[in-house]
Design a protein around this ligand. Structure first.
Ligand code: ATP
Length: 199
């Protein structure tokens, strides 16, 4: 799975429809200060379900909508499409391409779509659950958090890498299975006690 393209319309400084096409591998976005580089990662975070405006460097969620400039008025809505290549089937849906859309009107109405069909935020989170991508994961590290990541303890940094690599979910499943096994051991011990009492 990889991020194939991102389409922004009325999102922050992207007043007009802007489409970014990405290739597999590493992509670097360069540009002068204030040209909108971080707005692009904000857009990714937003479409993945971010609910906290502060994590998008704003005061209120409405701040994601193009506010207008001296030359043009503000937008009525912000919309972002995130196009994921799913030809390897990482996401649990029968589509080789998954388009997640988030839209927000200035009136406050907001909606998500998955491949053009209206969906709930929960559906978006569900689809992304096992992919290592999603709001709350560390797939996006902001400039502000970079220092704390670099200064963190090796074990904490390792946990971040494991999360990004998708190892964490297997560790969580292993821990759950071990808890179940321990429970079963207790049940078995009780059954053995009962059997020895009866005999
Ligand atoms: P730097 O290299 O300094 O980190 P950057 O390229 O990451 O900069 P951003 O922080 O992404 O730049 O963009 C900042 C610009 O986006 C500012 O000019 C700001 O006015 C503009 N901007 C942010 N929100 C909105 C909005 N809702 N409407 C219009 N413009 C906005």
């Amino acid at each position: 799975m990889y991020l194939k393209s991102l389409v922004l319309k009325g999102f922050k400084s992207f007043a007009d429809r802007s489409a970014l096409t990405l290739e597999p591998g590493i992509t670097a976005i360069v540009g002068p200060n204030g040209s909108g580089k971080s707005n692009i990662s904000d857009a990714v975070l937003w479409v993945l379900g971010e609910r906290n405006a502060k994590n998008l460097r704003g005061q209120a969620m409405e701040d994601v909508i193009f506010a207008g400039s001296s030359a043009r008025k503000g937008a009525a809505l912000a919309e972002v499409d995130l196009v994921l290549d799913n030809s390897c089937g990482t996401l649990p849906v029968d589509y080789s391409e998954v388009v997640i859309t988030r839209r927000m009107h200035r009136s406050g109405e907001s909606e998500y779509l998955i491949n053009g069909t209206v969906a709930r935020r929960l559906d978006v989170l569900d689809i992304l659950h096992d992919s290592g991508l999603g709001s709350g994961t560390h797939s996006i590290i902001s400039q502000g958090n970079l220092d704390s990541v670099l200064a963190s303890k090796p074990e904490d940094r390792r946990a971040l890498v494991e999360e990004a690599a998708g190892v964490l979910k297997h560790k969580q499943r292993k821990a759950k299975s071990e808890r179940k096994l321990a429970n079963m051991d207790q049940h078995l011990a009780r059954v053995c006690d009962v059997v020895s009492e009866v005999e």
